[in-house]
Design a protein around this ligand. Sequence first.
Ligand SMILES: [Zn+2]
Ligand SMILES: [Zn+2]
Length: 221
Amino acid sequence: MVRIDGDLDPETGESLLTALRAIVDAESRSPDPSDRRTPAQRRADALGEICRQWLDSGERPTVGGERPHITATVDVDAVRGDQGGTSELDHVGPVDPHTTRRLACDASIMRVVMAGPSEPLDVGRRTPVISPAMRRAVIVRDRHCRFPNCDRPHTWCDCHHVVHWAVGGPTALQNLALLGRRHHRMVHQPGGFSLELLEGRPVFRRPDGSVPEERAPPLHA
Ligand SMILES: [Zn+2]
Ligand SMILES: [Zn+2]
């Protein structure tokens, strides 16, 4: 965990509280009965969303020729879901492999071939897993998070590979689904929700195998 503890001047504090409130209020307009987060957890997630959207925006300074973003270093074994291998983030260090698998679902990937534990042999080019055109196609089809009764807009969503690309899942429409950050976490969490696509329709299952019901029939464009 990362602990935040500090003092803000009144104006900065007001900006922060206004931004957090805007996100928490937007969520409470379409409440999810299965959402058991405490108010403090909701605010923490909202702060993460604010940072994420700022990092995603094109209008921010470059550092060392790149726009800073979350960087994960992960062994190919770990991203495939096999045992072992490192899985870490630049600032916070080691994390669960399922976290880096989730981040890798919708990321730019740079392959580094190692000659030994600390000797890079070859470094590839950074390439996005999902091309801008493919992302556009997923957004046109899904429009918002595909989890039942969730209407998180696409700007708050990741493109999830139903079968992860690291184990051969294609980066194609029939294997991609938009999921909001929280629901994306839920399908990657071990023992959490599972997701499969049946005839192009996403079917989510709870850990006990039951299917959460849609409150309203899905809209089709
Ligand atoms: Zn995913
Ligand atoms: Zn969602």
